[in-house]
Design a protein around this ligand. Structure first.
Ligand code: NAD
Length: 356
């Protein structure tokens, strides 16, 4: 792999290899862009098949965070860390503290948080060595589990899409199919149910399904049936790559809007659903509630839940802005989302060039 060619093509700032044999740490930190502020992105722990796979993953994920943070209106750049190892077997206090020391060495250019394969307890170890970590065990100063806030932002994003499609953002009487009733999906069900929506749900966990049926009167379907149900909105809140060649012909919805990451299997699937007349809320725009919540920990006075929730309401406007760019430039919404982020980085980057 020609790393410098790749870094040049996508304008990466820094790639850092962290190795502490005594602690069993093999990690890579990638800082993509700090135009808007310190780079925030979680630490992923994964049993990568090769070092090349780990490098590619950290590069791709770091760039994704630049776009997510910028489009959410945060003064944050984008970065990510990957730890090479099995999260079920290879975790230790020493490993995360060693990583914490590397992060401290970057003096605030990079701030980490939890991600796939890491949890708040791991962040607590990192915190012993650095101040540049967010999403710690819930205290008055930390934001705790981001999922309810992500659900709140997703709900706002769904309403923005409804307003665009039907001229009203009310969920009263709308039918919404929800895939995945985990931390985000279940909280989203409650918000939609409280507003008078009818729910069709699925999950591979029977207990989660039963809770939604009992508490919200939801109709349950098998996991593979959810794509083809009669509904107004399909809300993916479980897996990635669920917009693909197999599922697209089944969709009967007008809107796809949910919290899952990387919903388009390939970019071309974003074009296909657009041509089918389905409005797609780009994933990194609609699921930004979690990162907006974490960002609040870094603001003046520390974490303030009300202020964080108010900021998460901006997801509504961000989705609307993406739709406006998509109409302006006659492009699908997934491309418009990138443009929203790029335009903000360009504009604010110019403002910040002035010497003070
Ligand atoms: P979770 O693990 O709590 O919930 C996922 C649920 O999906 C589980 O209940 C699981 O049983 C179910 N599921 C898995 N495979 C399924 C299948 N084939 N069919 C139906 N259900 C299936 O995760 P979460 O925190 O609720 O996150 C949901 C999605 O949102 C993920 O893609 C995540 O990356 C994304 N996301 C979450 C947050 C957050 O704050 N938690 C923020 C941004 C994005």
């Amino acid at each position: 792999m020609k790393i410098f060619d790749y870094i040049k093509k996508y304008q990466y700032e820094q790639l850092i290899f962290c190795h502490d044999p005594a602690a069993g740490l093999k990690a890579i930190i990638c800082i993509h862009d700090t135009t808007l502020g310190p780079a925030l992105g979680g630490t992923r722990m994964w049993n990568y098949a090769s070092e090349e796979e780990a490098i590619l993953d950290v590069l791709r994920l770091a760039r994704g965070m630049t776009y997510k943070n910028a489009a959410a209106g945060l003064n944050l750049g984008g970065a990510k860390t990957v730890v090479i190892g099995d999260p079920k077997k290879d975790k230790s206090e020493a490993l995360f503290r060693a990583l914490g020391r590397y992060i401290q060495g970057l003096s605030g250019r990079y701030i980490t948080a939890e991600d796939v394969g890491t949890c708040v307890e791991d962040m607590d170890y990192i915190k012993m060595e650095t101040n540049y970590v967010a999403g710690l065990t819930s205290t008055v100063h930390s934001s705790g589990d981001p999922s309810p806030v992500t659900a709140y932002g997703t709900w706002k994003g769904i309403k923005a899409c409804a307003s665009e499609t039907w001229g009203s953002d009310s969920m009263e009487g709308r039918t919404i199919a929800i895939q995945g009733l985990g931390h985000v999906g279940f909280a989203l069900c409650k918000l939609l149910h409280d507003e008078g929506a009818k729910l069709i749900v699925t999950d591979i966990n029977e207990g989660n399904v039963m809770r939604a049926v009992t508490e919200f009167g939801a109709k349950a379907v098998q996991a593979n049936e959810i794509y083809g149900v009669d509904c107004d909105i399909f809300s993916p809140c479980a897996l990635g790559a669920i917009i693909n060649d197999d599922t697209i012909p089944q969709f009967k919805c007008r809107i796809i809007a949910g919290s899952a990451n990387n919903q388009l299997k390939e970019e071309r699937h974003g074009d296909v659903i657009t041509n089918k007349g389905i409005l797609y809320a780009p994933d990194f725009i609609i699921n930004a509630g979690g990162v907006i919540n974490i960002y609040d920990e870094m603001l003046e006075g520390g974490y303030c839940p009300d202020r964080a929730l108010r900021k998460v309401e901006s997801v509504y406007g961000n989705v609307k802005q993406v739709i406006a760019i998509s109409k302006r430039d006659k492009i699908p919404t997934y491309q418009a989302a990138d443009i929203l982020a790029e335009e903000r980085i360009k504009t604010i980057g110019r403002v910040r060039k002035t010497y003070l």
